[in-house]
Design a protein around this ligand. Structure first.
Ligand SMILES: Nc1ncnc2c1ncn2[C@@H]1O[C@H](COP(=O)(O)OP(=O)(O)OP(=O)(O)O)[C@@H](O)[C@H]1O
Ligand SMILES: [Mg+2]
Length: 293
C-alpha cells in the first residue's frame, strides 16, 4: 500500500515538474512546449489549466513564426535594393565609362533609393495603423470629388502609358477619414496603372445606395490567377517575386488598403482573370462613425 502511494506521489511529482519546466521554457522564449497529461489523471480544473498552457504555447509559437517570417521578408526587401545601390556605385568608380552609362547607373541608384524610402514609409504606415493609436477621424466627405482629384493627380502616369481612363462617379457623401481613404484609392490606382500594359483601359466607378457605397477599379492588365488572389492582401506578397521586376513594389500596398477598409468596417475583394484584367471592389458603409472600431 505504501509502495503504491509512493509510486503515485512520484508520478505526481514528475508531472508537476514537467509543468514547471514547460513554464520556464515558455518564459525563455521556447514555445515548442506541450505538457502531457498522465493517463489516469482526471482532475478537471488541473486538466483545463494544462490545456490552457498548451494552447497558449501553440499561439505564441505561431506568433513567433510570423515574427520571424516578417523579419526575413523585411531583410529581403531591404537587401535587394541595397545590393543594387552598392553594386552600381562601385561600377561608377570605374574609369572610362561613357556619359550614358554613368546616367543609366545613376538612374538605377536613384530608383532603388526611392524604392527603399517607399518601403520604410509603407512599413511605418502599417505599424502605425496596427498600433491602433492611429488617428481615425471620420467626417462627412464628398467621395466622388476625392476620387476625381486623385485620378487627376495620377494623370501623368496613365498618360505616359497611353491608358484610357473611364470615370463614372455618382455624387456621394460618406462619413469617412479622408486621409486614410485617399491612400486606398491611390494604392489601387497605382496598381491598376502599374500592372496594365500600354494602351490598356482603366475604369473607376462609384455607386451608392442609402446604406453603402461601392468603388470599383477595373483594369485590362496582366490579371491575377485564382491561386494568387488568395494571397495578394498578405504583407510583402507579390505575384512577380523577381528582384529585377520593373514594377518595383514591396507588396505592402494592398495590406494597407485592407487595414484601412477594415477600420471603416468595409470590405475589399478582387476578381481577376490572368491576362485579361483585374477588378477591385471596395464597399464602405455610408457612415463609418456609427460603427465602432
Ligand atoms: N491591378 C492589378 N493587376 C495585376 N496584379 C495586381 C494588381 N494589383 C495587385 N496585383 C498583384 O498583387 C501584388 C500585391 O499588390 P500590392 O499593391 O500589395 O504590392 P505592390 O504593388 O507589388 O507593392 P507596393 O504597393 O507596396 O508598392 C502585386 O505585386 C501584384 O502582383
Ligand atoms: Mg501596390
Amino acid at each position: 500500500m505504501v509502495i503504491i502511494s509512493l509510486f503515485v506521489r512520484r508520478k505526481q511529482f514528475l508531472f508537476y515538474e514537467s509543468i514547471i519546466d514547460a513554464l520556464r521554457r515558455i518564459a525563455k522564449g521556447d514555445f515548442n512546449v506541450s505538457i502531457q497529461i498522465p493517463g489516469n489523471f482526471d482532475e478537471g480544473p488541473m486538466n483545463n489549466l494544462i490545456s490552457g498552457i498548451n494552447e497558449m504555447a501553440a499561439d505564441l509559437n505561431k506568433l513567433e513564426s510570423m515574427r520571424q517570417d516578417f523579419i526575413s521578408d523585411v531583410s529581403h526587401e531591404i537587401q535587394s535594393p541595397l545590393t543594387s545601390i552598392s553594386g552600381f556605385a562601385r561600377v561608377l568608380k570605374e574609369k572610362g565609362l561613357s556619359a550614358e552609362e554613368r546616367e543609366h547607373y545613376l538612374d538605377i541608384i536613384e530608383h532603388e533609393s526611392v524604392r527603399l524610402s517607399r518601403l520604410s514609409e509603407n512599413m511605418l504606415r502599417l505599424a502605425s495603423l496596427d498600433s491602433e493609436q492611429h488617428p481615425f477621424d471620420p467626417v462627412p466627405m464628398r467621395l466622388d470629388k476625392q476620387l476625381q482629384t486623385l485620378i487627376l493627380a495620377c494623370e501623368p502616369q496613365w498618360i505616359d502609358k497611353d491608358l484610357e481612363m473611364i470615370v463614372e462617379l455618382k455624387q456621394t457623401t460618406i462619413e469617412a477619414d479622408p486621409d486614410l481613404l485617399s491612400q486606398v484609392w491611390v494604392n489601387l490606382l497605382h496598381n491598376a496603372i502599374k500592372f496594365t500594359p500600354l494602351k490598356g483601359t482603366i475604369s473607376v466607378l462609384l455607386e451608392a445606395d442609402e446604406r453603402e457605397v461601392l468603388v470599383r477599379i477595373e483594369d485590362t492588365g496582366i490579371g491575377i490567377s485564382a491561386e494568387e488572389q488568395e494571397h495578394i492582401f498578405e504583407r510583402f506578397y507579390k505575384v512577380d517575386k523577381s528582384r529585377t521586376s520593373s514594377s518595383g513594389g514591396s507588396g505592402l500596398g494592398l495590406s494597407i488598403i485592407h487595414k484601412i477598409v477594415q477600420m471603416h468596417q468595409g470590405s475589399v475583394s478582387v476578381t481577376s482573370n490572368l491576362g485579361e484584367g483585374t477588378v477591385m471592389n471596395v464597399r464602405l458603409p455610408r457612415a463609418a462613425s456609427l460603427v465602432s472600431l
